[in-house]
Ligand binder design. Structure first.
Ligand SMILES: Nc1nc2c(c(=O)[nH]1)N[C@H]1C(S)=C(S)[C@@H](COP(=O)(O)OP(=O)(O)OC[C@H]3O[C@@H](n4cnc5c(=O)[nH]c(N)nc54)[C@H](O)[C@@H]3O)O[C@H]1N2
Ligand SMILES: Nc1nc2c(c(=O)[nH]1)N[C@H]1C(S)=C(S)[C@@H](COP(=O)(O)OP(=O)(O)OC[C@H]3O[C@@H](n4cnc5c(=O)[nH]c(N)nc54)[C@H](O)[C@@H]3O)O[C@H]1N2
Ligand code: SF4
Ligand SMILES: [Mo]
Length: 738
């Protein structure tokens, strides 16, 4: 058979870049960027191209695995695996009820629609008491900020990059991450375009990152952004630079916000942020008087002690200066397939409707902080977590105090993972079920795809059949439900969709995630309304445009009234939770005598969280994980470049190589996350193990962010100790597989 070219798109990170797959005899030969893709236009990053290493990885799990008593795995048939899982889950349910069952949704599950939808229905059906996700280590603080501001948690305003004159970026490094909560596959060009038009790009970051180096860098102390944002607003109000028309027309609480900010003049907060007051004053004036301006924050804004407050204040600055919901400012996120709208209506995107058993944290979309999982497993009593499904996740590397989580996993009655690999988490599982990759399944973009300056939709068909015995995750949950005699649709979870579901079922149509998405597509704002709207989108039209369809050059503006769901339709600039949070801001610098430095993370161009370190392409060139330490801190701790350091926090300690670098100011160190490999399967990754930064981070309830239960992964107080006798030389990559 001759090789065929198939059009698809990447689902590793948020730009969803167009790819062309070359396929022969049902096997992937290679991936390359799609030059005909309307948004990415021939651009893709090294990870996207290297996904062929994952697809064809000899270490991939392609058959269901059952753990033996000695910890090794034996292959079993799907029937054996699912029968046993159904039986064991049935016993947990019979003895302890749904309150003892849980699910952890990892990051890759956000890049397809079916897995989270169907596993969510399954969990709802059995009354699962424990839902967790990567969100509490990533973006839940942003969702909660939106819930408080707009009433709709999934409404995430994003920067209108093609039209803005002033981009104020806080805690984001898009030249490496390629953008998050923002879909901009050519973000490098978009940023360059702002400056080319005579505009400015400001990067607020403790580290002189790749993005900071290319634009104007404002070096901030870790975890101090709340003080910075309050000071910026302080200047805006004190100098009467606010947009009174916008505030009156679209908001409530502006006076309270002004009063809150009055206590934070830049001269008082400089000691906390490390940013001189004149710089803050100039920034505030320049932002407020720019023709258009937009503040945007991402993980660096979300993962400190005040992540919800910081995200809130970013939008408050946009709103107060009249830059919300206008061209060149922050645009309201806009869905082509209105999944989130239905979710909001059905109450699925809830906040603070129940509290966690441990720590009493409010739910975010029905989920609790993943940092609590370890204690929820080890703490007895009603609702103790006894059976856990891990879908596309590696929480042993990604969740704080991973040592505690890893040892707790052994106490579960049942641990089931759906994954591509035997990773650090599921090596402790009773079953590992082989999932299909994104090249083996159909997709329509969800979640952050709504944060795109261009309105666009692309659908993907599978480009290769499932390798081995891999199965789409949603089918696994449907099969389990069947084996347990449960109907997935007998829950209130789909209430707003019930009419559509009944209509489909009356016609004898099997309800699949794809049917559901196609229905939503067709009744959505660009849909064909089943023939009522000529030229509207339907599956056939998407198939006829495999590179995707541009539906509007610019996302809409002037839609605030529809986007805000608070009664009265106004943005709330002073909800009580935020007022309290500002009152709680202390004066303590975050460090102590024992732990005088603050640690932050680093995302690397050729890593994707914890799961692409088994790719020979990405691991080329002696990659090692090194702690970046400022020369003065290195000297003070007796550390030399290339030597080894022991980094100690109140939670744990790790040892790794030092890179002495002035990319960080004194008092701050940075360590790449996603390392610390000792999974059962990925041999190349294990050979380049590195260490897990989440042995330093805390899972104690009192150390989590209060409003969203976010893990605090940046601004972790540590000290440095030199390691005189290196235990062994660091593993280096060699060209052959171990
Ligand atoms: N200290 C520190 N910790 C962090 C962060 C940080 O900045 N600092 N960042 C946090 C962030 S932003 C995130 S998103 C989390 C990520 O945390 P997780 O989602 O828990 O971890 P990942 O490393 O993304 O692992 C994803 C797993 O999914 C598998 N996988 C990949 N594709 C598929 C698929 O299509 N189907 C299935 N079933 N499995 C698949 C991979 O093999 C891998 O095992 O980490 C967080 N942890
Ligand atoms: N190559 C690559 N791309 C990725 C990923 C990857 O692992 N590798 N992961 C993907 C995922 S899951 C996500 S969520 C996105 C994240 O996308 P981004 O948030 O854009 O990614 P980061 O590089 O983590 O950028 C966060 C920045 O915040 C800074 N920072 C740390 N602490 C603070 C602080 O207290 N204040 C401020 N102002 N800044 C701070 C860090 O130095 C860092 O530069 O990236 C995605 N893209
Ligand atoms: S930037 Fe993200 S979506 Fe684009 S090719 Fe790279 S990994 Fe894939
Ligand atoms: Mo993430």
């Amino acid at each position: 058979m001759t090789a065929e070219k198939k059009i698809t798109y990447c689902r590793i990170c948020e730009p969803l870049c167009g790819l062309i797959a070359t396929v022969e005899d049902g096997r992937l030969l290679s991936l390359r960027p799609d030059k005909d893709h309307p948004l990415s236009q021939g651009r893709a990053c090294p990870k996207g191209i290297a996904f062929s290493d994952v697809q064809n990885d000899p270490d991939r799990v392609l058959q269901p695995l059952r753990r033996r008593p000695d910890g090794s795995f034996a292959t079993v048939s799907w029937d054996e695996a699912l029968d046993d899982i159904a039986t064991r889950l049935g016993s947990v349910l019979a003895e302890h009820g749904g309150g003892a069952v849980g699910e952890y949704l990892g990051n890759p599950s956000a890049f397809g629609y079916a897995a989270s939808l169907w596993s969510g229905l399954f969990m709802k059906r059995i009354g699962a008491g424990h839902l967790y996700s990567a969100g509490s280590q990533d973006i839940n603080s942003r969702y909660v900020a939106s819930k408080l501001l707009y009433g709709a948690a999934t409404q995430i305003p994003f920067p209108d990059l093609p039209r803005t004159d002033f981009l104020f970026m806080l805690g984001a490094n898009p030249l490496v991450s390629h953008g998050s909560a923002l879909r901009a596959p050519r973000v490098k060009d978009d940023l360059a375009g702002i400056v080319k038009r005579g505009g400015r790009v400001i990067v607020v970051d403790p580290r002189h990152t790749e993005t900071a180096a290319a634009y104007e860098h404002v070096a901030v102390r870790p975890d101090s952004d709340a003080w910075l944002m309050l000071s910026l607003l302080n200047v805006v109000f004190a100098e009467n630079l606010q947009d009174n028309l916008a505030l009156t027309a679209h908001t409530v609480g502006a006076e309270t916000l002004r009063a809150l900010c009055a206590d934070f003049p830049p001269e008082d907060t400089a000691i906390r942020t490390g940013i001189p007051a004149p710089t803050v004053r100039a920034l505030a004036r320049d932002f407020a008087t720019a023709r258009t301006a937009v503040a945007y924050g991402r993980t660096g804004a979300c993962l400190g002690h005040h992540g919800t407050l910081v995200s809130f204040l970013i939008d408050a600055l946009n709103t107060a200066t009249g830059n919300l919901d206008r061209p060149g400012g922050a645009l309201m996120s806009h869905q082509v397939i209105p999944v989130e709208q239905f979710g909001e209506k059905s109450g699925a995107f809830s906040y603070d409707t129940k509290t966690s058993r441990i720590g009493g944290f409010p739910d975010v979309f029905g989920s609790f902080p993943a940092a609590l999982m370890a204690d929820e497993i080890t703490t007895g009593g009603k609702g103790q977590l006894r059976a856990l499904f891990v879908l596309a996740g590696n929480p042993v590397l990604s969740v704080p105090n991973s040592a505690a989580l890893e040892s707790a996993l052994g106490e579960l009655d049942l641990l089931v993972s759906l994954d591509l690999y035997v990773n650090e988490t599921n090596r402790h599982a009773d079953y590992i079920l082989p999932a299909t990759t994104f090249l083996e399944r159909d997709d329509l973009p969800m979640a952050y795809a709504a944060c795109c300056p261009t309105v666009f939709l692309q659908a993907a068909e599978p480009v290769v059949p499932a390798y081995g015995q891999a199965r789409p995750e949603w089918e696994v949950f449907e099969d389990l439900a069947e084996r347990m005699g449960l109907s997935l649709f007998a829950t209130g979870a789909l209430a707003p969709l019930n009419a559509v579901l009944r209509w489909l079922r009356r016609r004898g149509v099997r309800i699949t995630p794809q049917r559901m998405m196609h229905t939503l597509l067709r009744i959505g704002p660009y849909g064909d309304r089943f023939g009522l709207r000529r030229g509207g989108l339907n599956p056939a039209r998407l198939r006829a445009h495999p590179h995707g369809v541009v539906l509007a050059e610019h996302a809409p503006h002037g839609v605030l009234a529809e986007a805000v769901t608070h009664p009265g339709g106004k943005v709330d600039l002073a909800p009580p939770q935020i007022v309290n949070e500002v009152a709680r801001l202390g004066t303590a610098p975050g460090t102590t005598v024992d732990f005088p430095l603050l640690a932050i993370g680093i995302r690397e161009l050729r890593s994707q969280n914890s799961w692409m370190h088994n790719s020979p392409i990405l691991m080329k060139g002696n990659r090692t994980q090194r702690a970046r330490v400022n020369p003065s801190d290195a000297a003070a701790a007796g550390l030399a470049d290339g030597g080894r350091v022991r980094v100690v926090s109140a939670t744990g300690a790790i040892e790794l190589e030092v890179l002495v670098s002035d990319e960080l100011g004194p008092g701050t160190i940075a360590i790449p996350q996603g390392w610390g490999h000792r999974g059962g399967g990925w041999r190349l990754a294990n050979a380049h193990a590195g260490v897990n930064v989440n042995e330093l981070t805390s899972n104690r309830p009192e150390d989590l962010e209060a409003l969203a239960g976010m893990s605090v992964l940046n601004g972790v107080a540590v000290r440095l100790e030199p390691v005189r006798q290196p235990a062994e030389s660091p593993a280096r990559y060699s060209a052959s597989r171990p």
